[in-house]
Design a protein around this ligand. Structure first.
Ligand SMILES: [Zn+2]
Length: 237
């Protein structure tokens, strides 16, 4: 096989690996970003739950205070009942006591509701805190892993780039430009023939083209896709 073609096939393998590295590197920061967004959302949910809990606790304190005041009021009215001298006064006081007691019953209902809500919220917070801690730990671990991967990838990339520089010294500028141009457009610039067809675009090649490729002295491009055609050893077409 023409030496330039051999070098171009090697070059293409290096470029393929470099392309893969580029693609992989692109998704690493996105993966870390996704984990960070998830960690943020767990944290912000936790904050919302905490502030709801705080509001409920405040309301509970004020309700308990109001209930105590009401109890005092009822006691005071009941004491006054012994001092009244007319039925009218007696009825008025009894009415007051009933009103306060019915307000108290509403307050007691709210107290029970708040106490059960607070219990629930405290459980949710405990679970969320565990989750959040686990999440942050996982995030840190993943970030370290990605960093390690990225360092390895950088090292491999440098190695391949150095190999590329050495390799292209063997290829003339004219061929290199042609190779680069096809690679940009087609992703693969040099393709083997299989069963008389270009493996880049699957077009059946005419016998004259195949004969010319078999000579391997010149660059033969596929008439259809423009890729450089080669016959790999062992392929008898
Ligand atoms: Zn083709």
């Amino acid at each position: 096989m023409n030496n330039t073609l051999k070098f171009l096939i090697e070059l293409q393998e290096i470029d393929r690996q470099l392309f893969e590295i580029d693609e992989k590197k692109g998704s690493l920061p996105q993966q870390v970003e996704k984990l960070e967004t998830q960690a943020e959302s767990v944290k912000s949910e936790l904050e919302t739950t905490r502030s709801t809990l705080e509001e409920n606790q405040k309301e509970l304190v004020s309700i308990k205070g109001a209930l105590m005041d009401s109890e005092e009021k009822v006691k005071k009215y009941q004491d006054q009942l012994y001092l009244v001298t007319t039925n009218r006064e007696y009825d008025a006081l009894t009415n007051e006591i009933e009103t306060v007691k019915s307000e108290m019953s509403v307050g007691e209902g709210r107290q029970l509701y708040l106490e059960s809500e607070i219990e629930k919220l405290e459980e949710i917070i405990a679970t969320s805190e565990e989750q959040s801690t686990a999440f942050v730990e996982q995030l840190d671990a993943n970030r370290d892993e990605l960093k390690e991967k990225s360092d390895l990838t950088d090292a491999r990339q440098e190695e391949l780039e150095a190999q590329r520089i050495e390799l292209i010294k063997n290829v003339g500028q004219r061929y290199l430009r042609k190779y680069d141009r096809i690679l940009k457009a087609r992703r693969r610039a040099v393709v083997p023939i299989e069963r008389g067809s270009c493996t880049g675009c699957h077009k059946q090649l005419n016998p004259q083209t195949i004969y010319e490729i078999q000579q391997m002295d010149a660059f033969i491009e596929c008439e259809n896709c423009g890729r450089i055609l080669v016959i790999l050893p062992g392929e008898d077409d």
